[in-house]
Write a protein that binds this ligand. Structure first.
Ligand code: CO
Ligand code: CO
Ligand code: CO
Length: 325
């Protein structure tokens, strides 16, 4: 819906609508660029504090996905007039404490009245303009990695239906609360250039964005993709959010379909690849020769990491059952 609009171009806008990445990047001087992003959404869990903290972690993630260090943020909120205001205070408290964990200052914000609660952050970060991580830098021969398991859509959908087991919800919440900060710092330190974060389009959708912008083909091994406990059983029972079906229709079935399914992939895994993720992990590619050092650095930092595929020539995403070799 943005296509009919004419946006100003500016040589200092290093990453903007034309390149459409996780966040906009604006050059200040040779060694410094600003990363700017905004993200907000309705509650994904019942507890207002946890919801606020998840929304903040999710908003900060787009700066980390660009290789940036967030430092300043503003609240954006919508709140129904018939819900208690002290609940909104708890949402803000969750956001505030998550921002504090990330060494980010929340400097104010704006709230409007609306029928459905919504909360998120406008986030400003800094990045070295020579080390910006984008979706457009994946190269054939590289390996594909993911830093968090998928499945939050299935689990939060089961939660809303009242059928989710508490330990599954706890795990999903822990992953959604987890900052992508350390992972991002490790990528920048190891000279990685191709990265995005996994959110609403699902893993397959974000992988195809990366393939498209980079002009390459991503091969993803379905059985190598980490899935949060419980997500498979809820997906099998049809507990997937509406977005999962829309993502699958758009990326794998429609006229612009770019995600292809090989034989031997269980339908439940296939479906989960399109499950919208809240506050998901970083999806990135790395040259094979530097991979052992990178994997070692993640292990030493206690940061989770899964190798889920590789980059090849071509276009789109091929989902295969297993990684070769
Ligand atoms: Co993003
Ligand atoms: Co975003
Ligand atoms: Co105002």
């Amino acid at each position: 819906m943005l296509r009919p609009l004419e946006f100003q171009s500016d040589p200092r806008l290093l990453v903007g609508l034309q390149t459409s990445d996780d966040a906009a990047v604006y050059l200040i001087d040779e060694g410094l660029a600003l990363v700017q992003t905004l993200d907000f959404f309705p509650p994904v869990v019942d507890d207002p504090y946890t919801y606020g903290a998840i929304a903040a972690a999710n908003a900060l993630s787009d700066v980390y996905a660009m290789g940036g260090e967030p430092f300043l943020a503003l609240n954006i909120a919508a709140w129904p007039s018939d819900l208690p205001l002290d609940m909104l205070t708890e949402v803000f408290r969750g956001g505030l404490e998550k921002a504090r964990e990330a060494s980010v200052v929340i400097a104010g914000g704006h709230t409007v009245t609306d029928d459905e609660p919504k909360y998120g952050l406008v986030v400003t970060g800094r990045v070295d303009p020579r080390r910006i991580l984008t979706k457009a830098a994946a190269r054939p021969g590289e390996l594909v990695y993911l830093t968090k398991p998928i499945g939050t859509g299935a689990i939060t959908t089961a939660l809303k239906a009242g059928v989710a087991e508490p330990e599954h919800v706890e795990q999903a919440i822990a992953w959604m609360l987890r900052l992508n900060r350390t992972a991002s710092q490790l990528l920048v330190a190891h000279g990685i250039l191709a990265c995005t974060d996994v959110t609403g389009f699902g893993l397959a959708g974000h992988a195809s964005e990366m393939a498209l912008k980079s002009g390459v083909r991503l091969v993803i091994a379905a059985r190598a993709v980490p899935v949060i406990d419980g997500a498979e059983q809820y997906a099998r029972a049809g507990r997937l959010p509406g977005g999962a079906q829309r993502n699958r229709a758009f990326y794998a079935e429609g006229p612009e379909a770019v995600v292809r399914r090989s034989r031997g992939i269980p339908t439940v895994l296939w479906d989960l690849l399109f499950d919208p993720v809240t506050s998901g992990g970083l999806l990135f590619t790395a040259a094979a020769d530097g991979a052992p050092q990178l994997e070692q650095a993640f292990r030493q930092a206690g940061e989770p990491l899964w190798r889920i595929g590789f980059v090849d020539e071509g276009s789109g995403v091929d989902v295969v059952a297993e990684l070769p070799g």
